[in-house]
Design a protein around this ligand. Structure first.
Ligand code: NI
Length: 132
């Protein structure tokens, strides 16, 4: 298995501003202010604490994929994002570990337009790969 470096932990939240304030009150610092991702119809911001990076993801409309996830899971961490040097190698590693691709590599406006892709495992749920 390829050793992936953790980039962030993705956290679903219903109310972005309230969630951000709550994390800040716990000592997190805002790394990147809230931006709108029109591809996924969500707002996203990044916070950091003790070397950990949290991504807050909040659906903007009912049409957002994140709206369905939020209904199901409520406010909660829901994916870990790993940095991959190479998509094919990383996808093969995940596939060998029982993961199935949920989508195809798609631009992430909140991450400098680098591409991300989601996989799911019946054992541990969703992971995200961040491509170079
Ligand atoms: Ni993420």
């Amino acid at each position: 298995m390829q050793a992936f470096k953790i980039h962030h932990i993705g956290y679903l939240v219903k109310k972005m501003e309230k969630a951000q304030k709550t994390f800040v009150s716990l000592g997190y610092q805002i790394e990147q202010e809230t931006v709108y991702d029109s591809i996924r119809d969500v707002t996203i911001c990044f916070l950091q604490k003790d070397g950990y990076r949290i991504e807050l993801v909040s659906p903007v409309s009912e049409n957002s994929v994140a709206a369905g996830l939020l209904k199901k899971y409520k406010n909660c961490p829901y994916h870990i994002c790993y940095e991959a040097n190479d998509y094919e190698t990383a996808a093969a590693s995940l596939s060998a570990a029982g993961f199935l691709a949920i989508d195809t590599p798609t631009e992430a406006p909140a991450m400098g337009r680098r591409k991300v892709v989601f996989f799911s495992s019946p054992a541990i749920g969703m992971v995200e790969l961040l491509l170079p």
